[in-house]
Design a protein around this ligand. Structure first.
Ligand code: PMV
Length: 321
């Protein structure tokens, strides 16, 4: 029986996380070498079953399910006008650390949507894939900015400014980002899983309690994101590194870093990284350091010494806007 397979990349937020929820710009990068995979097979009987191979977990998708991937499958089948009764086996597997700021959920969801479209003999545009995944994230995770599903669906560096229609439909500004010189980020994983909605909820409470103070910090982040875009366009990695480290300082002030992240950031800087910051929601998950060929090995070693449970590499290629 035919198997329809599709994959989707991991992502890193280069700069601007959290402030992006409040309408400020952020830059996100795809990590093409680290991926999630979904496989869809028509089985002829047995309903729809999902198999998370890495967790050795399988379950049936019933109508009205409260499981986010199951619900995404039902919505996608409806959107693709694939009429039931449905008998599908859907397998998922991923190299992306879970709940760590690298977009694991969005990548698995994107791979599922692409594999279902392939099974239906349909090609969906990145916009269509992104919208289906965003709707699912919104139903399950509150107020995501939409940056994760967008960078994963387009698989290219993006400049992202959130905007939603009154009915909640996503209509962000998405622009390509010029990267004039390739560079390498080393990703240090604290090994602490972090549910995005917790730090996002805490930032919202703080912003509601002190709107002026937090809006000022978000504006400072926005200024850095503008500077980062210029540094990328000029291929100026020294400047980019300093901007990333400043962004980390602001994220600490916003209240989303923690000891493990700060330790990894400091270790990377001490070992000669051009800059380092947490990436994603914070309170655990990953950080990254901007390295050169001369500092690569020392920074990787320093991250492991400082407690990283793994160090991954993200190569960022040149790209034209
Ligand atoms: O899901 P994460 O950890 O990649 O974080 C997403 C980035 C935030 O700006 C914190 C939230 C959002 O919806 O943009």
């Amino acid at each position: 029986m035919s198997v329809f397979e599709a994959s989707a990349c991991a992502k890193l937020i280069l700069c601007g996380e959290h402030a992006v929820v409040y309408g400020r710009p952020a830059i996100a990068l795809p990590v093409a070498s680290i991926r999630a995979i979904a496989r869809v097979q028509f089985t002829g009987s047995g309903g729809i079953s999902l198999h998370a191979l890495d967790q050795e977990r399988s379950w049936l998708v019933e109508p009205g399910t409260s499981d986010s991937f199951g619900e995404l499958v039902l919505h996608t089948l409806t959107a693709l006008a694939i009429h039931g009764p449905h008998h599908l086996r859907i397998e998922m597997t991923s190299q992306i650390p879970i709940a760590s700021g690298m977009g694991s959920g969005a990548a698995v969801a994107t791979a599922i949507v692409r594999a279902l479209a392939a099974a239906a003999g349909r090609e969906l545009s990145p916009e269509q894939v992104s919208t289906l995944v965003y709707e699912s994230e919104r139903r399950f995770h509150g107020t995501p900015s939409g940056i994760d599903n967008t960078v994963v669906a387009f698989e290219r560096p993006i400049w992202f400014v959130r905007a939603t229609a009154p009915d909640g439909t996503l209509m962000p500004t998405i622009e390509p980002v010029t990267i004039s010189a390739p560079f390498t980020l080393l990703v240090g994983d604290t090994g602490q899983r972090s549910a995005t909605r917790l730090p996002v909820g805490e930032v919202r409470r703080r912003w509601q309690a002190s709107p002026k103070r937090y809006d000022e910090r978000f504006d400072q982040v926005a200024a850095l994101v503008h500077q980062a875009r210029a540094a990328l366009a000029h291929g100026d990695q020294g400047v980019l590194g300093a901007i990333l480290s400043e962004n980390h300082t602001l994220l600490k002030q916003i209240g989303v870093s923690n000891q493990a992240l700060n330790r990894l950031v400091q270790a990377a800087l001490d070992a000669g990284a051009l800059g380092a910051k947490l990436s994603g929601a914070g309170w655990g998950g990953v950080m990254f350091a901007l390295v050169t060929p001369a500092t690569h090995a020392a920074v990787a070693e320093a991250l492991l010494q400082a407690g990283a449970v793994r160090v991954l590499e993200a190569q960022v290629a040149e790209s034209e806007a």
